[in-house]
Write a protein of this length. Sequence first.
Length: 168
Amino acid sequence: MRIPAHWVRGEYSGQDQGGRSRRFWAWGWSFTDIREATAMAAERAKRIFDNFDRGGTPNTYDYLEHPLREEIVQSYGQGGAPAAIITRNRYGSLVLNAANVCFVDVDYPQPEPLGLVGAIKALFSAKKIRERAVAAQAETMQRVRQWAMRNPRRSFRLYRTAAGLRML
């Protein structure tokens, strides 16, 4: 589990190649102390400025590249690495993070576009839309079954979610 206890928002100000003043912010983190988080935040903000100044665009979708910035509510376990940590996400919900449990969300694929004629037909046929959704669900379930057969040492429970399936 990569859930840092320390987070600091850093800032870097400078003039771009066009002479305009620019200011960028970035979050830094540390598993050990605030000083390390502060140094990382400043360095990341400068890196963002440098990237922007070279004509780059900011990467706003960094899920899995960096740890999630969530408040640690409670930690369970003894010793160095906790067995579980409860965090609060940005929506205010409590989230269980467990070292030895894997949660996998498998979303149903979006149906391929029907094209103009197919879209017009679908307007008058709810059955056609349902059939496509059922086919997508069956395809996803088949992929999960195939994975389970290829990985017999893994066990999981399967739950239906609004967007697909969850393997726990």
